[in-house]
Design a binder for this molecule. Structure first.
Ligand code: ZN
Ligand code: ZN
Length: 382
């Protein structure tokens, strides 16, 4: 049996906190209530099973210690899934409201007709892509393995569902079922991302990131104007009689006497417009950075022919095989370009337009149960 320092520490603590009079195996000298005895017996069994186990290592101990946190996160994700979806819908709608009510009228006064047409076409293309892919990613089932007897090859048996697991299938603790080609459980979709909806999820991430980057860049000057206007009039309010004069207020008073006397206070409508532009810019910039990073990471995984779960498993397997002088090869990696074609369902050139750049409800290539595509060798010329 292998003993590492954390286990020795655990054992020492166990001996320290375990007085002899608490040993209740004969039932004579124990004065503790039954519920405490049961908890104590459970804890003792847990420590013993971890300590006297040749397969135990630091990963198993860490997993056991983190289990309550995982359980709590799973529970919250399951309970508040619908709340996250509502949040996405409300925040996206609020941004669209600001764009249509505040930004679009300003654009009409500022740009040439050609630029206005470009903005309208690009903006509406993004809106359609975002709404379509979010809706499809949310309502499309990720794919489940068959529960009836079948001849499909499998790699293991799920200990929770008690069914055979085909390759790339994993159990989702939140959905409490096995998912074909599971990537992860997304709380923002309130759905698992798997074989049948991963393309919708990724396209939604890409279009949402591009939409947010577009709003952030095109609204930058408006944001700076709105921010300075709010700041300027905040100081003007402070310069009124009876209120201590700020340094900035004096500076404005000294350097810009004409402007100061001519400026009228912001109306409620102006202030609302300025604040809504600041809100829009801050939110879209934050989402662009955060979601942009996630999208790039998923693009890297797709290029490698991996899911998020497989990334961890493949890393472990690569290390393990390297120790024995072998090289691990990912069987599901068909080459960078082919991985993208399989993922996006591109089977001919026109599909880059109809299936990638435009909303498309086509089903993914393959059934999610077997992965040896018959057309694999013919894919390069496409
Ligand atoms: Zn399962
Ligand atoms: Zn799930």
């Amino acid at each position: 049996m292998r003993l590492c320092p954390p286990f020795l520490l655990l054992r020492w603590l166990w001996l320290c906190v375990c007085p002899r009079q608490w040993h209740c195996s004969n039932g004579n000298n124990c004065r503790l209530p039954l519920c405490v005895k049961q908890i104590w017996a459970y804890l003792r069994l847990m420590v013993d099973s971890l300590y006297y186990n040749t397969l135990t290592n630091s990963d198993v101990v860490m997993d056991s210690l983190m289990e309550p946190i995982f359980w709590m996160v799973d529970l919250l994700t399951r309970r508040f899934g619908a709340v996250f979806v509502c949040l996405v819908v409300i925040l996206t709608s609020s941004i669209l409201l600001v764009v249509y009510v505040v930004m679009l009228p300003l654009t009409f006064d500022t740009y040439s007709p050609a630029w206005i047409a470009c903005h309208i076409i690009y903006g509406h293309w993004m809106i359609i892509m975002i709404i379509f892919h979010y809706y499809k990613a949310t309502i499309t089932t990720p794919g489940y393995p068959p529960t009836m007897k079948n001849d499909i090859p499998f790699v293991s048996v799920c200990k929770k569902c008690i069914i055979p697991k085909p390759a790339r299938t994993h159990h989702c603790a939140i959905c409490n079922t096995c998912i074909l080609k599971m990537d992860h459980h997304c709380p923002w979709l309130n759905n698992c991302v798997g074989h049948f909806n991963q393309r919708y999820f990724f396209s939604f991430c890409v279009s949402m990131t591009l939409g947010c980057v577009y709003c952030s860049i095109s609204g930058r000057n408006l944001y700076l104007d709105a921010y300075s206007a709010i700041e300027r009039f905040k100081h003007m309010d402070l310069d009124k009689s009876g209120v201590p004069v700020t340094g900035m207020g004096q500076l404005i008073g000294i350097l810009l006497p004409v402007q100061r006397t001519n400026q009228t206070p912001l109306t409620f409508r102006d202030e609302l417009f300025h604040k809504s532009i600041i809100y829009m810019w801050v939110l879209t910039s934050m989402v662009a950075v955060a979601l942009g990073g996630l999208t790039i990471w998923h693009a890297v995984l797709i290029s490698r022919g991996e899911t998020s779960i497989e990334r961890h498993l493949n890393q472990k397997e690569t290390k393990r095989m390297r120790k024995s002088g072998k090289v691990y090869k990912n069987f599901f990696n068909y080459g960078r370009l082919n991985n993208w074609k399989v993922f996006l369902g591109v089977e001919k050139k026109s599909h880059w337009l109809t299936r990638v750049l435009l909303p498309s409800g086509h089903v993914p290539i393959g059934n999610g149960l077997t992965w040896d595509y018959p057309f694999r060798k013919d894919m390069m010329p496409i």
